[in-house]
Design a binder for this molecule. Sequence first.
Ligand SMILES: Cc1ncc(C[n+]2csc(CCOP(=O)(O)OP(=O)(O)O)c2C)c(N)n1
Ligand SMILES: [Mg+2]
Length: 343
Amino acid sequence: MNYDLGDLSNPAKLTDPIDVSGWNTGELIEIYKKMRLIRNVEDEIARLINSGEVKCPSHLCVGQEAIAVGVSYHLRNTDRVFGTHRSHSHYLALGGEPKSLFAEVLGRRDGCSKGMGGSMHLFGGKHGFLGSVPIVGGTVPIAVGAGLAAKKDGHGDVGVSYFGDGACEEGVVHEAFNLAAIYEIPVLFVCENNLFASHMDIHLRQPSDRMSRFAEANRINVQTVDGNDVLAVAKATETLLEKSRKGNGPGFLEVVTYRWKGHVGAADDVDVGVLRKEKDIIAWKKRDPIQRLRQGLVNQRKMDDSEFNAMDREISKDLMRAINEAKKSPYPEQNDLLDYVYA
Ligand SMILES: Cc1ncc(C[n+]2csc(CCOP(=O)(O)OP(=O)(O)O)c2C)c(N)n1
Ligand SMILES: [Mg+2]
């Protein structure tokens, strides 16, 4: 068993504030607010699960917010992005409305999938989010097809596929890598390596913890970065997209991270079967992507806590409004169900 990721998967490392040099303060604040929005939306969804109002299975990404925000920083709404069972961040980072997400998980008509999909079937077409699907690995070949269509359209758009380390254990994912490489398809593979697939640690499942080895086997350009450093994620995305947008094939971004909550639901860490160690979760919380950016801004741009607290309060206020509006939306009619079934 090899711990090939080194410091990237060692939570005692990489806990320093993020180096923000070279970035404009206004841009950094927008990036901070986006991550904070995602965290707060999920905290609210956790509350709605606990109160019994959200009944659909919901996979929260608390602790992993930097990935979608860093990747989306370089995407445009004509790109074709596909998510997973854990896609609240993918949807929100592209500009999906919190109200439509709340309405969706509450099963209401105003939801982004008309209240019929729940947390695992999100859609945000106008922002380029073409869908999330619970079948692990299921959207990876679809994103490759979307990338091929983008290549034929010839406007420099790309397919984007988010997936986890667990998805790398599905055969179809490797077929997708091969096809993208051989046809030089502009698709960005984003492997959110959180070192777990439901209850199971990567080291119990694979001979190496480094997923980018599968891309290298297909001669796909690789970037492997700290997934809790939003600026590193953005920079690596930019590097990979530069080639893909010119039609020079796929890129593979491996972003190493950790989820703070259990595999599914609101509980802090109740996983199916094996419990993760509490000391690991405590250690990983020191690599909090939001706190690290905030501290970088405090240290290097002389911002203070009161400025951040004001932003956080504003976001919370907007979210309360969004939840109240979502709750006013009716449930779908039983008769509506078949209108959205493809047959
Ligand atoms: C084809 C398939 N097999 C199994 C499952 C059950 N399942 C749901 S999520 C999950 C783990 C996925 O792990 P990973 O891809 O690393 O994503 P993460 O949950 O860590 O974000 C499994 C096995 C499924 N949904 N689809
Ligand atoms: Mg995983």
